[in-house]
Design a protein around this ligand. Structure first.
Ligand SMILES: Cc1cc2nc3c(=O)[nH]c(=O)nc-3n(C[C@H](O)[C@H](O)[C@H](O)COP(=O)(O)O)c2cc1C
Length: 163
């Protein structure tokens, strides 16, 4: 069983979660990047992202070098919680790759700033439709992500066993 971890991260929390999951499973890891990066200032980034998140906008992303989804059985997808939903670059990637994810097991994880899961899991499932087998998503607190290694590892073990 071959696993990939595909994630977007603006300030590093989801990247840390993705790296921990990849290490635990021996997965290949790939980063989704917006074609035009978001502003590096928190408030400006929030203002920029707000209409995109509420409008379910597909913000253009860069091609991901070396990612051939046909090689993988399981794909973990990571996003920060932005305005209660997935970050737009993740929405773009899932929308574009929906057909390539057909028949695979897909599992979402997200990091948040206190809001928990909000609409992230449900909107992710809505985008992916019935193309893939979608496992139960999980939310992790962004501010305590570095002390959540055991929880991240347990999440991966549980989901892969449940698969
Ligand atoms: C544009 C933006 C919108 C956010 N909206 C939410 C939100 O609606 N709910 C929440 O719990 N956290 C929200 N956050 C906080 C992030 O989800 C949290 O800090 C996350 O761990 C960041 O992940 P990252 O470091 O991988 O970018 C927001 C952060 C940003 C930058």
């Amino acid at each position: 069983m071959k696993t990939a971890v595909v994630y977007f991260s603006w300030s590093g929390n989801t990247r840390f979660a993705a790296e921990t999951i990849a290490k635990k499973t021996g997965a290949d890891i790939f980063e989704i990047k917006a074609e035009t990066p978001y502003n590096s200032n928190f408030n400006k980034c929030c203002d920029e992202a707000k209409p995109e998140c509420y409008g379910k906008v597909l913000r253009p992303i860069k091609p991901i070098a070396g990612l051939d989804l046909t090689k993988y059985d399981v794909v973990f997808v990571g996003t920060p919680n932005w305005w209660g939903t997935m970050a737009p670059p993740v929405r773009t990637w899932v929308t574009q790759r929906k057909d390539a994810l057909k028949g695979k097991t897909v599992c979402l994880f997200q990091t948040h700033g206190g809001g928990g899961m909000q609409r992230v899991g449900s909107e992710f499932a809505e985008v992916i439709g019935d193309a893939a087998k979608v496992l139960a998503p999980k939310a992790f607190s962004g501010s305590s992500i570095k002390s959540s290694v055991a929880a991240l590892e347990a999440f991966v073990t549980e989901r892969i066993t449940a698969k």
